[in-house]
Every structure is written in structure tokens, then in C-alpha cells.
Design a protein around this ligand. Structure first.
Ligand code: HEC
Length: 145
């Protein structure tokens, strides 16, 4: 019995360490995300910051379908696109996608969605104004519960 435990103990120990290694990043990320959401709700982000963060996200996640300058290709042309006026609709599209557009609600946090929404609403000749992270939080909230 004693000997059996000596054989099993290291295995249990290793399993524990491996489990902890997998669990740790997830826990950390969750804490960071919660902190991010609280920050987003606490303070409005200035428009220039949202625009520059949004440009980076757009040029990574959106340009292939909507064109670097919003000129469109597989996705619709965003230059002068009147639907961009309705902020909750824009946010909803980014979070949930549609038949032809992938959803970004998992990949992007509220601040990132606000930033890319701001970027497309205030670039390409558009002047529909910024979107704040708190607006994304409120569009996302009903689906999350
Ligand atoms: C795989 C191609 C693809 C990607 C990637 C993509 N879109 Fe789209 N998007 C589309 C298509 C197609 C439409 C129009 C038809 C539809 O709703 O399916 C669209 C529509 C939209 C609309 C208009 C919604 C409305 O109310 O009419 C917005 C806003 C938008 N996309 C933003 C984005 C943003 C921001 C990103 C990046 C985070 C993005 N899209 C990435 C294909 C894409």
C-alpha cells in the first residue's frame, strides 16, 4: 500500500501542476476582462484613442471584406453607408455577424468593438460619431444573460 502510493504520488503531483498550468491563463484572462469592462464603464474613452485602436482592428479583422478604405469587396461598401448612423445596429452586427459576416462578439471585448465601430463611423468620409464601450456593454448585456 505504502509502495503503491509512492508510485502514484508523483503522477498525482504532475497532473496537479499540469492542470494548474492550464487553469491559470484562463483565470487571469477572466480577471483582466472583468477589470477591462469595469474600466470601460467607469470612463469614456477619447475619440482619437478609439479611432487609432479601431484602425488596427479594422486592418486586421475587417478590411478583407470591406476594403482598407471602406470601399467594399465581399462585404458592403462602408463609405457613406447610411445604416452606420444607428450605433446599436452597427454594434449588433459586429457582435453577432450575419449570414455572410462572421461574429466578433467572442474575439473582441467591449472597448475593441467600440473602437472599430468608431473607426468605421468616423472614417471613409463618414461622420456618424464615436461609439463608447458602455454602449457596447448595453447591447451585449441582454444576450449574455
Ligand atoms: C467575411 C467577410 C466579412 C468580414 C471579415 C467582415 N464583414 Fe462586415 N459585412 C460583410 C457582409 C457580406 C455584410 C453585408 C451583408 C450582411 O449583413 O451579411 C457586412 C455588413 C457589415 C455592416 C453593416 C450592417 C448593417 O446594418 O447593414 C457593418 C457595420 C460591418 N459589416 C462591419 C464590419 C466590421 C467592423 C468588421 C470587422 C470587425 C467586419 N464587418 C468584418 C462581410 C464581412
Amino acid at each position: 500500500m505504502n509502495n503503491l502510493w509512492k508510485i502514484l504520488a508523483p503522477a498525482v503531483g504532475v497532473t496537479g501542476v499540469v492542470a494548474a498550468a492550464f487553469a491559470a491563463p484562463v483565470g487571469k484572462e477572466a480577471v483582466l476582462q472583468t477589470a477591462g469592462v469595469q474600466l470601460a464603464q467607469a470612463a469614456a474613452v477619447d475619440v482619437g484613442t478609439l479611432q487609432s485602436e479601431g484602425r488596427t482592428i479594422f486592418n486586421r479583422d475587417c478590411f478583407e471584406c470591406h476594403g482598407r478604405n471602406g470601399e467594399g469587396s465581399n462585404g458592403i461598401k462602408l463609405q457613406g453607408y447610411a445604416n452606420l448612423r444607428a450605433a446599436p445596429q452597427v454594434v449588433g452586427q459586429i457582435l453577432n455577424g450575419s449570414q455572410y459576416m462572421p461574429p466578433f462578439g467572442e474575439a473582441l471585448n467591449d472597448r475593441q468593438v467600440a473602437a472599430v465601430a468608431t473607426y468605421i463611423r468616423t472614417n471613409f468620409g463618414n461622420s456618424f460619431g464615436p461609439v463608447q464601450p458602455a454602449e457596447v456593454t448595453s447591447v451585449r448585456a441582454p444576450a449574455a444573460r
